[in-house]
Design a protein. Structure first.
Length: 402
């Protein structure tokens, strides 16, 4: 982050990671700025995101050699900054494709002038394009200049994006392999296991690291089941080689459910108890997967809560969400209140279609393919969370309101 105090004292020039703008916003409103200036700002954001990231400081005049000369008030103050930022972000969403995640805006008082700093991270999902209403233009930062991306720049960016997607799949599959091999929760034997993986694109960056302090006592960062008695977290919290874990277990199976937050901001949550349920009217060793219509609601709620935890610790979207069932072959589930049983699962490992959550996502729509693909695996026509027209059933998603 740029130290505003040093800009004039040290005559910090614009460069690879720093840009100055001398903009004034009438009545503190972003939309008072001319269209050309707003477009220029969006192009600069694309250029930084497509390169190494950087900071734009609004409220600094400069000379022809790009040396800062004086501070100038932006016209935005504490009372108008929130509305200014909302308008700024809406404009960026309308002009930059895909959306640049993780931009941070800050109002800074310097010698009686209100300046605005805009921190743009190096993007994990580049390339980003500026959309002028007719076409997409790609920009990248070279030194203190915002240039059009050439063929090699674009090819490199798309290759990096494909690499990130491959890393996400490898991360999930490696964890599944470790669980099956008993390297995470011990020997799971032939027990069925449900696994949630939430893997942000950002987590695949080399230097991605999260601060666990906010999560340590966060109730939303909890195990899948059982339902708690009263408020508070279930199970034990412990730090491990991967990050921080909350786990719940008893008897001969010390881990029946756990939630793991990795150092890189990814989340893994497993459930064993509800996947190996024995109804009271059965004898012998036969077990079923618990009522799928109840599991779907709990699954949806937990995914929503885990994503909220990631937002709270400033892990930027998009999030890739997967659900897998291990040791599932032949397992059946209860699909109605009369005890009707589903078709048996055809394979030992079932992997859902992914859900992709970004800043523009509607949660109910985003997780539809995930829930539906799992329901189909049991021979069901659709998920219980949606009606016959594939519209979300509002009361089943009431947890979003809370």
């Amino acid at each position: 982050m740029v130290n505003i105090e040093n800009i004039l004292n040290e005559k910090l020039q614009e460069g690879q990671h720093l840009e100055y703008k001398d903009y004034y916003f009438e009545n503190g409103k972003f939309n008072s700025l001319g269209q050309k200036q707003k477009n220029t700002l969006a192009k600069e954001i694309c250029a930084f995101a497509n390169a190494e990231g950087g900071t734009i400081v609004i409220g600094i005049s400069e000379d022809k050699n790009h040396n800062p000369t004086e501070y100038s008030d932006t016209g935005v103050n504490q009372e108008t900054f929130e509305q200014w930022e909302q308008s700024f972000r809406l404009f960026c969403k309308s002009k930059i494709r895909p959306v640049v995640h993780g931009i941070k805006c800050k109002l800074i008082d310097k010698d009686g002038n209100n300046l605005i700093s805009i921190e743009v991270p190096k993007s994990i999902i580049k390339p980003h394009a500026f959309y002028d209403g007719n076409r997409d233009d790609f920009f990248i930062r070279y030194g203190n200049i915002c240039n059009h991306m050439n063929y090699d720049d674009l090819k490199k960016a798309f290759t990096e994006l494909e690499s990130i997607q491959n890393k996400i799949i490898r991360f999930r599959d490696n964890r599944i392999s470790m669980i099956l091999n008993g390297d995470v929760a011990g020997n799971i034997e032939d027990k069925a296991v449900l696994i949630i993986h939430i893997i942000p694109n950002w987590s695949m960056g080399v230097n991605s690291y999260v601060d666990f302090r906010k999560v340590e006592h966060e109730e939303a960062f909890d195990v899948f089941s059982p339902i708690p008695l009263g408020s508070g977290r279930r199970g034990m919290t412990l730090y491990n080689a991967d990050g921080i874990m909350v786990n719940y277990g008893y008897g001969d199976f010390p881990i029946m459910s756990y939630t793991q937050l990795f150092h890189n901001g990814s989340i893994e949550s497993t459930e064993v108890r509800l996947m190996n349920y024995q109804p009271n009217n059965l004898t012998g060793d036969m077990t079923y997967i618990y009522k799928w219509f109840d599991i779907e609601e709990l699954l949806s709620k937990k995914i929503y809560q885990f994503c909220s935890v990631l937002e709270e610790i400033n892990v930027p979207k998009p999030y890739n969400v997967f659900v897998s069932i291990l040791n599932g072959k032949g397992k059946e589930t209860i699909i109605d209140s009369f005890g009707e049983i589903s078709e048996p699962l055809p394979r030992d490992i079932i992997k859902s279609l992914p859900a992709y959550l970004d800043d523009d996502s509607n949660f109910e729509e985003a997780i539809y393919p995930l829930l539906t693909s799992l329901a189909n695996a049991f021979g069901l026509k659709k998920s219980f969370m949606y009606d016959e027209n594939n519209n979300p059933i509002k009361e089943k998603f009431d947890f979003i309101k809370g």
